[in-house]
Design a protein around this ligand. Sequence first.
Ligand SMILES: [Zn+2]
Ligand SMILES: [Zn+2]
Length: 162
Amino acid sequence: MEDRAEKVENFRREYLEINTYNRPTFCPECGGVMVFKGVGEYRCEKCDCQIFDDYGKVRNYLEKHHGATTAQVADATGVSQKSIRDMLKEDRLEITTGSKTFLQCEMCGTSIRGGRLCPKCEVNYHRNLEAQARMGHKSGYSGFSTQKPAVDDGSKRFTRDR
Ligand SMILES: [Zn+2]
Ligand SMILES: [Zn+2]
């Protein structure tokens, strides 16, 4: 019998280490929580600004520059060559298109083309991080762009000035 909860927890810890790629947690502009949109793209839930993590930057670059070398990609994106090599090793970058190797999502076991999680589980994973980031917000951060101090009465509150 396997302890599924423990398995997921172990995986989550491991995944966190290899998959952060400088994931933006908070918006550098307004401090809002960055929400994962897919393939390395994040949007601030407050001011809607868009940020890419290292994986997103590398992927964007490779989309426009097919066949670029690791050194060229590192140069253009500012992502270290080591990180790029890690992504390749992890098969996050689908450089070999047409490959029929089927991998399995490590969370739910569904077939995936690359990486370690299916898109659904990857989104869930990020939703968890975002929820944690919001919890962290409650104590401490008060610089909301509306300039109103956040009143934390436990209920979710969206303030609008106009
Ligand atoms: Zn923002
Ligand atoms: Zn999955």
